[in-house]
Design a protein around this ligand. Structure first.
Ligand SMILES: [Zn+2]
Length: 512
């Protein structure tokens, strides 16, 4: 439920969204039906033009001892369209209590309390190229003895951008084809922002360090708590992480880049491999794709109870505890060095995901994940040799085979891969690019990728697609090898990539 609380004398119109008791349980049980009901009622807003979030400031106070947080924030919203915008669509964080403050007279038109979606009408619309400020406060629902309602932990908190109110009609589940020129206005990770300016002041308990994207401007103590002021110096995607914990910090300056790992003090036996992964990735990607866009790269550990993955947000890499406690004996026995590999993979996303940012259409993860996995295989090969790189690719092949065994429909070609089909984008994608590099050469393939990167990096909408990437591949690959691109990226016959891979393996198996 949303209610207009009051119109205060300092001139803000304030709206608060309440949580329905038992909302989460009810939602989980009825997700699909609720979404289609929502689409039926609010689908009329699908094409309602929205301003873009261009800057985000947040003060986030984290209270580990009570599992709570409070955030006060401010967005700059810019009308980048050529029409006046007077309708604002806001989806608030699902688990949070959010208050929205408008600076000018605004009324609530419609709302959905299950999805926390509200439609506001500004009495005076935003003119083209004009902007407004939107203020908000967010806090977690009160914890009870039996339930913890926030993701704030005693140690190892990791909050993400999903706590923030976001703009636009979020319920469009039909991802479009890359040849649809009307579908290229948003990048693959956001419907309401291109790149944003970002600044944050974080506070936490006196034993903990709080970290987010940006460079530390200042650190101080106040009322027995630690404060950290971060500011990013170039625009980044609105994909953020906020961590707080009792960390040990490992620092190393490598070729002018400040590398840091924030780890749980006893999880310290894979740190060297992780650091090596960052350095190797920095060397390889800088050599082929130009400078790293930040002066720092930080890996921050989060508890395995939150997942076993890793992800990149600005100059931070949030990485699961799982990668900090890898069995080092398995590596001695010929296993894959996952700490090295995951660090190298995530840093590679600084070029492929954070510089090259694809449109939110099918095939986007061919640009982000397939290329990143291929490059990680090459970085791995430089460190551990070709035999190990092929072992790594065999794991990718198995991932692909396992994933596709669960599919009921005809497999899509790589250039139309759906974001959920990681067995295709990572598994088959890594193999496809690696095979191409075997035929045309690593230098030539990376040269083509670099030419593509330089054309599209940090671009404004319309965003790039897999079709543009394939056009680049074809333009610079000898015509007699175009069949490889067709076989592995464009065809619907998935066996082609596997047979090329088997050929590669048999060529590289020593004969007696
Ligand atoms: Zn990735």
């Amino acid at each position: 439920m949303i209610s207009l609380i009051c119109f205060l004398s300092f001139g803000f119109y304030i709206f608060q969204q309440q949580n329905l008791p038992g909302n989460n349980l009810f939602f989980e049980k009825n997700k699909t039906a609720l979404l289609s009901q929502f689409q039926e009622k609010f689908g009329k807003y699908e094409y309602t033009k929205q301003p873009r979030i261009t800057s985000v400031f947040v003060q986030l106070d984290i209270f580990p001892e009570t599992h709570s947080f409070i955030a006060n924030g401010n967005y700059t919203l810019v009308n980048k369209t050529n029409q006046t915008i007077d309708t604002i669509l806001i989806k608030s964080g699902f688990d949070e209590i959010t208050k929205i403050y408008f600076e000018s007279k605004t009324s609530l038109i419609e709302e959905d309390s299950i999805f926390k979606f509200s439609v506001y009408k500004l009495e005076k619309g935003i003119e083209p190229d004009d902007s407004i400020n939107l203020r908000f406060t967010i806090n977690n629902q009160a914890n009870t003895l039996l339930t913890q309602n926030s993701n704030v932990l005693k140690n190892g908190t990791y909050l993400k951008s999903d706590i923030f109110p976001r703009l636009g009609y979020f319920a469009n589940t039909n991802i479009k084809n890359p040849d649809d020129s009307t579908a290229l206005a948003n990048h693959y990770q956001s419907i309401d922002a291109d790149l944003i300016n970002f600044e944050a002041v974080l506070s936490t308990s006196s034993e903990q360090i709080a970290i987010t994207s940006g460079y530390l401007q200042n650190v101080w103590q106040e009322n027995g708590r630690n404060y950290f002021h971060y500011k990013m110096d170039i625009p980044i995607k609105f994909v953020l992480g906020f961590n707080s914990g009792e960390f040990e910090v490992i620092k190393e300056n490598y070729k002018g880049v400040d590398l840091r790992i924030y780890n749980h003090p006893t999880h310290n036996y894979c740190l060297n491999q992780m650091m090596e992964g960052l350095k190797a990735s920095l060397d390889y990607n800088t050599k082929y794709f130009g400078a790293y866009q930040h002066r720092e790269a930080r890996i921050i550990e989060f508890p395995r109870s939150l997942g076993s993955y890793a992800t990149t947000a600005g100059n931070c890499i949030q990485m699961s505890e799982m990668r900090f406690i890898n069995d080092t004996n398995s590596l001695k026995n010929g296993g894959i060095d996952l700490s090295f590999y995951v660090a190298a993979h995530e840093l590679t996303h600084q070029w492929w995901g954070n510089q090259v940012i694809p449109a939110d259409v099918l095939g986007a993860t061919m640009i982000t994940e397939s290329i990143t996995e291929y490059l990680t295989a090459k970085i791995y090969e430089k460190k551990y040799g070709k035999k190990s790189a092929l072992k790594f690719l065999k794991i990718q092949r198995d991932r692909y085979l396992t994933g596709r065994a669960d599919e009921t429909e005809q497999e899509v070609p790589l250039y139309l891969v759906n974001p959920e089909q990681s067995f295709i984008s990572y598994g088959k994608g890594a193999i496809a690019f690696y095979i191409l590099s075997e035929y045309i050469g690593e230098e030539i393939l990376n040269g083509i990728l670099n030419e593509y990167l330089n054309k599209v990096k940090f671009q404004s909408p319309p965003y790039t697609t897999s079709l543009e990437l394939i056009a680049h591949l074809k333009k610079s690959t000898p015509t007699n090898l175009h069949y490889l691109i067709t076989d592995m990226f464009e065809t619907t016959n998935p066996e082609k990539t596997l047979s090329h891979f088997n050929n590669l393996l048999s060529k590289n198996t020593p004969t007696r």
